[in-house]
Design a protein around this ligand. Sequence first.
Ligand code: XUL
Length: 523
Amino acid sequence: MPQYLGLDSSTQSLSATVIDTGRGAVVAEESVVFGRDLPEFGAPNGVLPNADPAVKHSDPLMWIAALERLLEQLRARGADLAAIRGISGAGQQHGSVYLARSLASIDGWRKDQSLVDQVRPLLSRPTAPIWMDSATSAECEEIGAAIGGQARAVAVTGSRMIERFTGPQIRRFSKLEPAAYAQTAEIHLVSSFMASILVGTTAPIDLGDGAGMNLLELATGTWHPGLVEATAPGLDAKLPRPMASATVVGELADYFVSRYGFSPRTPVVAFTGDNPSSLVGMGATDPGTAVVSLGTSDTVFAAMSAPRTDPRGFGHVFGNPAGGFLSLICFANGSLARERVAQRVGLDWPAFERAILEETRPGSDGNVLLPLFEPEMTPRLRVPEPVLAGTPEFVAWRQPALAARATVEAQAVSMRLHSAWIGQRLERVLVTGGASRNRGILRVLADVFQAEMQPLSVANSSALGAAVRAAHAVGGLGFDALQRAFSARDASLAVAPDPTTAATYDALAARIAGMIAELEAKA
Ligand code: XUL
């Protein structure tokens, strides 16, 4: 039976989903969690510690070690890798990897040496800035000014210049380490880097993820010469070509065939960003269905037939791997913020859920908690501590159940406030990501949006989307049929809105909008 492998190279883990299109079933799911399984890389949560809280880098060699570990794990658990007919993948968006040699110039991988040992000498920069990095405000200003203002950046790329996007990150590297930048022959996204490793040569950048670089012209799907020039010297020659997502970029390198038992010449399809991939995995590639993804970052996204842009400059436009575009809004304080509140008030995850469902009421009795632990991108805020308002007991973090509900309420309200520009009345929202099984969170989202929340039965929609994209591009199967087979929604888990809470959340939305405006004015 034909099987397809989807990989998801995310911030905290690398995951695999194998689908069997003959049986219409997911046949294997595996994960390597960086902090837990690869402690030798010193990156709990996948990010290297840094004295500057704005600087967030990861070790690309950790991702490669994880790839080897994951493939070993799949084989050890009995996955038949010889049955895989095609492979694709997804990567955390925006992160960049810097290579001293173009991978097109290496002659595949040696079989007698680990991949980590073979890639290490190829890196011109030992670490990769990732999407959590916010150290490039100056570079955003500089590039924006050089091309005639942020409005122009929005018109060309779908986003203003954004700190975590790849262009500003590349510029910062070229300014901080001009010699190392000059020695860089090729710059990859996480997605195209992982695809390149699999094929043992340079893989192109797909349009879905490429749109998150502040370098791609949406209208033409090509690198924009003015932006490329304004970003860093000689950048044009260092960028792989942008290409449609449904492209076979090469054949699996022999290294993987002999080490892990894949079939020779297994086709590899362009990798895309984790959010565009989730859109596919959720079965939401047609406009009209929004997705909330609860991960390290929380994101809200939806397919769009024509690119519409966010007038306030928080939202983005990326490529839809099925064609057209997708709107996306990203919140940096997602799962980690929920976990940090839970830890701070001493609740485990089941207790966090119970606190919302059984122990508190909508509106948290007038208490508000903006869970801002990391510099936030939506809205653009950098505050040293979460912001609390309400009773003295609450503000002193002494009411654990209320803290749990107030955290999720503020996150949901912020999603509602900052996704209004998409201009769609949402009746149904698909929910994915680690926290999508938490009924307390689903309850709050349903009431705040006054829309039904439908979790997907498969937890990792990004890896699933990658497997589905491989089946589409290699097996010639239609997205409709694939999504009917694999993106089933579990009706028993759906949470309908309670209309009696609407007024409470309208009022809370107005109050939180006011608090945010005050913080923005102070910033
Ligand atoms: C999206 C973004 C994050 C990462 C997470 O713009 O930065 O969602 O893709 O992996």
